[in-house]
Design a protein. Structure first.
Length: 335
């Protein structure tokens, strides 16, 4: 396991050993999507600054992407920005979702190295020094949880089932426990930004663009304040987005299922007809017939639903609406 066992700062400066020379050259950009994180913003900033000292560099920018918060998240970000010019922000006019926030942050990032990090500290900043030490001979260093401690059992079970199903249906292989937290070189970010599709699943985009990636593992950590903004229903919708974004197998599955039932029905008709001719009065029972009709009708609706999901994606893509609308920002020339 590559996790670093260090105490969390949570607003308290913790001394870190500073290397003889910086672990990297250039600017580092941390993209931090956030929604209703008024408690976590100052905690994240203190932990990040403290942990980043271990890289031997202070050449960084933090880009907070405020995604339609209803609390004082934006006020907390502006307070930090007034104290530290390295704190940048983008504020959306409403909630556009985490995928849009990550996309906006990557577009705004100027760094030679870029990382996406959650404001709830479940993407531990103290992993950054180790990530920089590993990226010298690769293009990305990605983080994955080795467990789902502190999560409800049902949610953990569904997450594990999701990754197994996604790996089965998709041509790409997704690591169970993978986070959006990864350190990327500039060229990787540039390739990700070339994919400006409206329906985004960033974990899939990471896999699609490729590049050499190393993984580090860490123990899951509970957020020190606030609560998650992801409901179970939202996670289910996000899972469906993942399936339909990077696999067309559900369409093939629906087609094969339909053909299979057609073949079964044809055989059943032949069997019932022959039995009726031989034994008479054997083809009866309206209850069973109704059950079969309801089952087949449900199957048809399911297949139409699968088809509808792909058609809805085409519909949204052809509209060419922007991913987000910016209400305010302190980043020059950003829109």
């Amino acid at each position: 396991m590559c996790a670093m066992e260090k105490p969390m700062a949570y607003g308290i400066e913790i001394p870190h050993a500073k290397p003889a020379k910086p672990l990297f050259d250039g600017l580092f950009s941390a993209v931090v999507p956030c929604k209703d994180e008024e408690e976590m913003i100052p905690i994240f900033y203190a932990e990040f600054v403290s942990a980043f000292k271990a890289t031997g560099s202070e050449n960084f920018e933090i880009i907070f992407v405020e995604d339609g918060s209803t609390d004082t998240t934006m006020s907390e970000i502006k307070k930090l920005s007034a104290k530290d010019g390295r704190v940048r922000y983008i504020s959306f006019s409403r909630n556009f979702g985490k995928e849009a926030a990550m996309y906006a942050g990557l577009k705004a990032a100027k760094g030679d190295f870029v990382a996406i990090m959650d404001a709830d500290l479940q993407d531990p900043p103290d992993l950054l020094p180790e990530m920089f030490s590993l990226i010298s001979d690769c293009d990305c260093v990605a983080a994955a949880r080795v467990n789902r401690a502190a999560e409800p059992p049902v949610r953990s079970f569904c997450a594990n089932a999701f990754y197994k199903a996604l790996n089965y249906f998709s041509p790409f292989k997704f690591r169970d426990g993978a986070r959006d937290f990864r350190l990327m070189r500039r060229r990787v970010v540039d390739e990700i930004l070339r994919l400006d599709e409206y329906n985004r699943f960033t974990k899939g985009i990471f896999e699609w663009v490729g590049f050499k990636t190393k993984w580090i593992e860490f123990e899951n950590r509970a957020r020190p304040a606030g609560r998650t903004k992801w409901t179970f229903a939202q996670l289910m919708v996000y899972s469906l987005e993942a399936f339909t974004s990077f696999s067309t197998l559900p369409l093939a599955f629906a087609a094969v299922l339909g053909l299979g039932f057609c073949a079964f029905s044809a055989l059943a008709i032949v069997f019932v007809s022959i039995r009726q001719l031989l034994f008479h009065n054997s083809a009866f029972g309206w209850t069973s017939m109704v059950c079969i009709l309801f089952f087949l009708s449900g199957l048809q609706l399911f297949c139409l639903g699968v088809l509808g999901q792909y058609m809805s994606k085409i519909y949204l893509e052809t509209k060419r609406r922007p991913h987000y609308v910016v209400e305010s920002t302190n980043i020059e020339d950003f829109r």
